[in-house]
Design a protein around this ligand. Structure first.
Ligand SMILES: *[C@@H]1O[C@H](CO)[C@@H](O)[C@H](O)[C@H]1NC(C)=O
Ligand SMILES: *[C@@H]1O[C@H](CO)[C@@H](O)[C@H](O)[C@H]1NC(C)=O
Ligand SMILES: *[C@@H]1O[C@H](CO)[C@@H](O)[C@H](O)[C@H]1NC(C)=O
Ligand SMILES: *[C@@H]1O[C@H](CO)[C@@H](O)[C@H](O)[C@H]1NC(C)=O
Ligand SMILES: *[C@@H]1O[C@H](CO)[C@@H](O)[C@H](O)[C@H]1NC(C)=O
Ligand SMILES: *[C@@H]1O[C@H](CO)[C@@H](O)[C@H](O)[C@H]1NC(C)=O
Ligand SMILES: *[C@@H]1O[C@H](CO)[C@@H](O)[C@H](O)[C@H]1NC(C)=O
Ligand SMILES: *[C@@H]1O[C@H](CO)[C@@H](O)[C@H](O)[C@H]1NC(C)=O
Ligand SMILES: *[C@@H]1O[C@H](CO)[C@@H](O)[C@H](O)[C@H]1NC(C)=O
Ligand SMILES: *[C@@H]1O[C@H](CO)[C@@H](O)[C@H](O)[C@H]1NC(C)=O
Length: 879
C-alpha cells in the first residue's frame, strides 16, 4: 500500500511539474481594472446595469470577462438579491433543479429593510440597513475580479466582527477574524481536522451586531472557494472562487432567529422527520455478522436501555459491493429475520449505502452500465475510482435515468417482501470519496495494493451461545453480556469552455491537495454538460435527494430519513444528516436540523467517563446515535455500569422531552425557526453570549451546559440576566449575566436549565420505545418569568406519514396563577395532561385537585380526572 501510494505520488509530481511549466507568470490581482457600470435601469424593486471591464485585463487566474450584467432585486422586505454574471450567460450557474430559487415578491424600496447603493466607476456596491443606516456589506476599495477560472469579491467589515457559519468546519463557532481561510470543497476528512475543508459546503455567514441587529449573506455558488477573513488594511471578508457567478442573498433579520427563517426561505425549509427518528440509535463499523448485530440488540434489551434503531455499516455487504449481502455473514434469511424481530419489538433498522458501485459483473453495475448512468471519461469509458469494493463506477446524478436506476436498485434490494426492509437510509462516502489519488492511472493495481476489498472476518460457527429473545436458529456464538429567476439567461450556464479543470490557475487551500485528489476527477463531464469542477460540492446532496426519492418510491407517503455525510446549502430540505459536532451551525445556521455527533466518539478508543458524558450530552441533540469505528473497542452503552446508568437517565429525560423537541422540529419545518439555538440567538443583546459555543438551547426553553473538560466534574457556565430553573431539581436560579462554577457534576448528570417564561410539555414516563412513548400521558412544567408569566406549545400528529390530515397545535399560557390551553385539536389521542407543576414553588396541581375548573366561557364546569387534549381548557392553578 505504501509502495503504491509512493508510486502514484511520483507519477503525480511529474504531471504537476508539466502543468506548472506550461503556466505563464501571473500579474498581481491589484492590477485588475475592475468594472464600470452603465445603462442603469431602476424600476423600484429591480435594478439592472451593464458592467464593462474598466481597463486592460489582468488575466491573473484565467481571462477577465469583459461584459457582465448586474441584477439587484428587493425580493421581500427583508431579502435583497444581488447577481453579477456574464452577459452571455455561459458561465456555470447552480442548476435550479438542484437548488430551486425562492420566488420574488418585488418589495418596495420604501418599505424594504435593506438598501442597495452603487458606485459606477469603479463599480462597487454597498448594502445598508435602513433602520440604523449601518453598512452591512461594502465592496469599495477592492475591484471585482471576474475571470474564467476565478472570482474575487471583498467586503469591508467593522472591526472584530461576530461572524458565524461558512461550514462545514470544526473551527470555533464564533469565526476567527484574523488570517483565516475557510475553504469549501467537499472532502473525505477523517478526524475532521480544524482549519481544513470538510465534507459539506454552506457558503452562508451570519453577521451579528448586537443590539443593532443580525444579518446573513449567502453566496449561492457551488464552485470550490476560499473565503478569507483578515484584518490587514481594515477588517474584511473576501470570496475567492474557482468559477461560477456572484449570486448573493442578503437577509436582514434583524434578530438571529429571523435571519434563520429568512435563510430557510432561500434554501428551502427542512423536511419533517418521523417521530421514531428521535429514538436512540446504535451503530458500529465492524459488526462482523448478523449474529453480532442481534447480540447487540439483545444486550440492550437485557440491560433495559431503550434501543429504537439498530444500524449496520458496510459490513453487511458482500465484499463491500453496494446492494449485496454477504451470503455467509449476513445471509438474506437471517437479515430478514433480524428485521422482523426488530419490527415486532417496535424497533427499526438502517443500512448504509455508498454511491460508488463496484466495477464488476453483477446486476447493480450491469444495470447502471446498460442504462448509461455512470460518470464517463472524455473517451466515453466509465470513469473508474477505487473505494471499498475495489475499482468502482460513480452514478451521474445529473443523468435523467439515474433516478430510475436508483429506485430500481432500492425497490429490489430493500424490498419489504423479499429483501432488507429498512426503515431509513444512511449514505456515506458521497463527497464523493475515491481512495485512488490523482491521476489514478492504474485503478486495478491500486485496488490490489491497497487491499480493497479487505478480507472479511472469518465465518464463525453459530452453534455456541444463546441470544436471548431471538429464535433458536439464531443462536450462535459468544454472547458477550452486552424563483427560478433567470433573467436574460440565453446562454447555457453550463460552464465556460477551454478551462483547465484539473489544475486551475488559482488554487484553493484544499487539504487533499489538487482538486481531483481523492475524489471524482474534476474534468469529468456530467450528463447535462456541467462538469465535476463546478458541481463537485453538490455530489453528496444530489445523492441525498435521489436517495430520498428512492425511499419514497418503496414506501410511498412515509417520511424518509436519509442521513448523509456530505451536504450543500439547502440539504435540510431533502434529508437529515450527521457529522461530528457542529450541531449549532447545522441546526441554527444552515437549516439542517437533524444533526448529531458520533456519541462516545468514532475514531480512537473511548473511555467510560467520556462515554458517560457523551451519552448524556448526545441525548440533547436532535439526532442521537452511538457510533463507533472498526478496530475501536466496543462502546455500546451497556459495556460499563457507569455508562449504562448515564444512558438510562439521559434517554429517560430525552424521551420525556421528545414531544417538546418534535414540536420544535415541526416549527422549524414550517417557519425555519431553529430547534437548536446558540446562546446569542436567545440573548442577542448580551455581548457575553457571542462567543459561547459549548452551551446552547435545546428548543427555545432548555439550556444545556455540558462539562467539557475530560474527567472533570466541574464546569463554568454562563447564565444571562434571566430566571432559570434547574431541570432536575426544579430549583429556581436567578442568572445575573455572569459565569457560575458548578462543582460535583458527576458522570451521570448534565446541567440543564429551563428558561423562565417557558411551559414545557413532557411525557409522564420514559418508555422502552417511542411507540410506547406515544401512549404516555403528559405533564406540564410551568417555569414563570419575572412577571409570573409563561407560555409553550405542543404539536401532535400520527408521526410517520408525510400527509397529516389530523394534527393538534396547542398553545399553553400561564399568567399569575391562571392557566390556559388553546389551539386546534385535530389529532385523536387518548393521552391527556395528568399533572401541572409550577417550578420554583411547592405548588402543583393534579387533576384530583378540586382547584381545577373549566373556564365558564368554555361552557362547562364538570370536574374530570385529567385534562384531555381534545379542546380548550383553563384553570386557576394557585389559590
Ligand atoms: C439615515 O440616513 C438618512 C439619509 O441621510 C436620514 O434621512 C435618516 O434619518 C437616517 N436614519 C437613521 C436611523 O439614522
Ligand atoms: C492576512 O493578511 C496578512 C498580512 O497581509 C497575510 O500575510 C495573510 O496571508 C493574510 N491571511 C489570509 C488568510 O488571507
Ligand atoms: C497565517 O496563517 C498561516 C497558516 O494558516 C500561517 O502560516 C501564517 O504564518 C499566518 N500569518 C500571519 C500573518 O499570522
Ligand atoms: C486546532 O487544532 C490544533 C491541533 O489539533 C489545536 O492545537 C488547536 O487548538 C485547534 N484550534 C482550535 C481553534 O480549535
Ligand atoms: C482561530 O483562532 C484561534 C484563536 O486565536 C487559533 O487558535 C486557531 O488556530 C485559529 N484557527 C484557524 C483555523 O485559523
Ligand atoms: C417495548 O414494550 C412493548 C410493550 O410492552 C413491547 O411490545 C415491545 O416488544 C418492547 N420493545 C422493546 C424493544 O423492548
Ligand atoms: C493526494 O493525496 C495523497 C494522499 O493523501 C497525498 O499523499 C498526495 O500528496 C496528494 N497529492 C496532491 C497533489 O496533493
Ligand atoms: C483500541 O483498543 C484496542 C484493543 O485494546 C487496540 O487494539 C487498539 O489499538 C486501540 N486503538 C487505539 C486507536 O488506541
Ligand atoms: C479519564 O478517566 C478514564 C477512566 O478512568 C481514564 O481511562 C482516562 O485515561 C482519563 N483521562 C485523562 C485525560 O485523565
Ligand atoms: C411511570 O413510571 C413509574 C415508575 O416507573 C410507575 O410507577 C408509573 O406507574 C408509570 N406511569 C405510567 C403512566 O406508566
Amino acid at each position: 500500500m505504501i509502495m503504491v501510494r509512493l508510486f502514484l505520488t511520483v507519477a503525480f509530481a511529474s504531471a504537476a511539474t508539466s502543468a506548472l511549466q506550461t503556466r505563464r507568470s501571473t500579474p498581481p490581482l491589484d492590477r485588475c481594472p475592475g468594472y464600470t457600470a452603465s445603462n442603469l435601469v431602476d424600476n423600484g424593486s429591480l435594478l439592472t446595469a451593464d458592467l464593462t471591464l474598466a481597463g486592460a485585463p489582468c488575466n491573473t487566474y484565467g481571462n477577465d470577462l469583459t461584459d457582465l450584467k448586474l441584477e439587484v432585486e428587493l425580493q421581500t422586505e427583508t431579502r435583497l438579491h444581488v447577481k453579477i454574471y456574464d452577459a452571455a450567460s455561459n458561465v456555470y450557474q447552480v442548476p435550479t433543479a438542484v437548488l430551486p430559487r425562492p420566488s420574488s415578491q418585488a418589495a418596495s424600496p420604501s418599505t424594504a429593510a435593506l438598501q442597495f447603493s452603487m458606485t459606477q466607476n469603479p463599480f462597487s456596491f454597498a448594502v445598508i440597513r435602513k433602520s440604523t443606516n449601518e453598512t452591512l456589506f461594502n465592496t469599495s476599495g477592492t475591484n471585482l475580479v471576474f475571470e474564467t477560472q476565478y472570482l474575487r469579491l471583498r467586503t469591508q467589515l467593522p472591526e472584530s466582527p461576530h461572524l458565524y457559519g461558512l461550514g462545514e468546519h470544526t473551527d470555533p463557532f464564533h469565526l476567527n477574524t484574523t488570517n483565516y481561510t475557510r475553504t469549501l470543497w467537499s472532502r473525505d476528512a477523517y478526524g475532521t481536522p480544524n482549519g481544513t475543508n470538510l465534507y459539506g459546503n454552506h457558503p452562508v455567514y451570519f453577521d451579528h451586531r448586537g443590539s443593532s441587529g443580525t444579518h446573513a449573506v449567502f453566496l449561492l455558488n457551488s464552485n470550490g472557494m476560499d473565503i478569507k477573513i483578515n484584518d490587514t488594511d481594515g477588517q474584511y471578508l473576501e470570496y475567492n472562487t474557482l468559477g461560477g457567478i456572484v449570486d448573493l442573498y442578503f437577509l436582514a433579520g434583524p434578530t438571529p432567529k429571523e435571519v434563520s427563517m429568512q435563510y430557510a426561505e432561500v434554501v428551502g425549509l427542512p423536511a419533517m422527520m418521523p417521530y421514531w427518528g428521535f429514538g436512540f440509535h446504535q451503530c458500529k463499523y465492524g459488526y462482523r455478522d448478523v449474529y453480532e448485530v442481534a447480540e447487540v440488540v439483545a444486550n440492550y434489551s437485557i440491560a433495559g436501555i431503550p434501543l429504537e434503531t439498530m444500524w449496520t455499516d458496510i459490513d453487511y455487504m458482500s465484499l463491500r459491493k453496494v446492494f449485496t449481502l454477504d451470503p455467509q455473514r449476513y445471509p438474506l434469511e437471517k437479515v430478514r429475520e433480524l428485521v422482523t424481530y426488530l419490527h415486532d419489538h417496535q424497533q427499526h433498522y438502517i443500512l448504509m449505502v455508498d454511491p460508488a458501485v463496484a466495477y464488476q459483473d453483477y446486476p447493480p453495475f450491469d444495470n447502471g452500465a446498460n442504462m448509461g448512468i455512470f460518470l464517463k471519461t472524455a473517451n466515453g469509458s466509465i470513469f473508474k475510482g477505487v473505494v471499498w469494493p475495489g475499482v468502482t463506477a460513480f452514478p451521474d446524478w445529473f443523468h435523467p435515468d439515474t433516478q430510475t436506476y436508483w429506485n430500481n436498485e432500492f425497490l429490489n434490494f430493500f424490498n419489504a417482501e423479499t429483501g432488507v426492509d429498512i426503515d431509513a437510509l444512511w449514505i456515506d462516502m458521497n463527497e464523493a470519496s475515491n481512495f485512488c489519488t490523482y491521476p489514478c492511472s492504474d485503478p486495478e493495481g491500486f485496488a490490489i495494493e491497497a487491499g480493497d476489498p479487505p478480507t472479511p472476518p472469518p465465518v464463525r460457527n453459530n452453534s455456541g451461545r444463546y441470544i436471548p429473545g431471538f429464535p433458536a436458529d439464531f443462536q450462535p456464538l459468544n454472547t458477550v453480556k452486552r424563483s427560478a429567476l433567470q433573467l436574460n439567461s440565453n446562454g447555457s450556464m453550463l460552464g465556460l469552455p477551454g478551462r483547465d479543470l484539473i489544475n486551475p490557475p488559482y488554487m484553493i487551500k484544499n487539504a487533499a491537495g489538487s482538486l481531483s485528489n481523492l475524489t471524482i476527477f474534476t474534468d469529468i463531464v456530467n450528463y447535462d454538460g456541467t462538469t465535476q469542477y463546478d458541481t463537485h460540492n453538490m455530489y453528496g446532496t444530489m445523492m441525498s435527494s435521489t436517495s430520498r426519492n428512492a425511499m419514497l418510491a418503496r414506501r410511498p407517503g412515509r417520511r424518509p430519513i436519509v442521513i448523509t455525510r456530505s451536504t450543500f446549502a439547502g440539504a435540510g430540505s431533502h434529508h437529515y444528516r450527521i457529522v461530528i459536532a457542529e450541531i449549532l451551525e447545522f441546526a441554527a445556521l444552515f437549516q439542517v436540523p437533524m444533526v448529531g455527533t458520533d456519541v462516545c466518539g468514532y475514531a480512537e478508543n473511548t473511555t467510560s467517563t467520556l462515554c458517560a458524558r457523551w451519552a448524556m450530552l448526545g441525548a440533547f441533540s436532535p439526532f442521537y446515535r452511538n457510533h463507533d469505528a472498526d478496530g475501536s473497542i466496543s462502546q455500546e452503552f451497556y459495556r460499563w455500569p457507569l455508562v449504562e446508568e448515564a444512558a438510562k437517565i439521559a434517554i429517560d429525560a430525552r424521551y420525556r422531552l421528545l414531544d417538546y423537541i418534535y414540536t420544535a422540529l415541526y416549527a422549524q419545518t414550517t417557519t425555519g425557526d431553529p430547534l437548536i439555538n446558540p446562546m446569542f440567538f436567545m440573548y442577542p443583546e448580551d455581548t457575553n453570549t457571542f462567543t459561547i459555543q459549548y452551551q446552547y438551547f435545546y428548543g427555545d426553553s432548555i439550556l444545556i451546559s455540558p462539562v467539557t473538560e475530560e474527567n472533570s466534574t466541574s464546569v463554568d457556565i454562563y447564565l444571562p440576566d434571566d430566571i432559570f430553573y434547574d431541570f432536575w431539581t426544579h430549583e429556581k436560579v436567578q442568572g445575573n449575566g455572569s459565569w457560575v462554577t458548578l462543582t460535583d457534576v458527576d458522570f451521570t448528570s448534565l446541567p440543564m436549565h429551563i428558561k423562565g417564561g417557558s411551559i414545557v410539555p413532557l411525557r409522564a414516563n420514559g418508555t422502552n420505545t417511542t411507540t410506547e412513548l406515544r401512549k404516555q400521558d403528559f405533564v406540564l412544567w410551568i417555569a414563570p418569568n419575572a412577571t409570573n408569566q409563561a407560555s409553550g406549545s405542543l404539536y401532535l400528529d400520527e408521526g410517520d406519514a408525510i400527509e397529516q390530515p389530523h394534527v393538534s397545535k396547542i398553545t399553553f399560557s400561564y399568567d399569575n396563577g391562571e392557566f390556559f390551553m388553546r389551539g386546534t385539536y385535530g389529532y385523536n389521542t387518548t393521552a391527556g395532561i395528568i399533572n401541572i407543576a409550577i417550578l420554583g414553588t411547592t405548588e402543583s396541581a393534579s387533576p384530583n385537585n378540586t382547584s381545577y375548573h373549566y373556564d365558564k366561557a368554555v361552557g362547562t364546569t364538570t370536574l374530570i380526572t385529567r385534562i384531555p387534549l381534545t379542546g380548550p381548557w383553563s384553570s386557576k392553578l394557585l389559590m
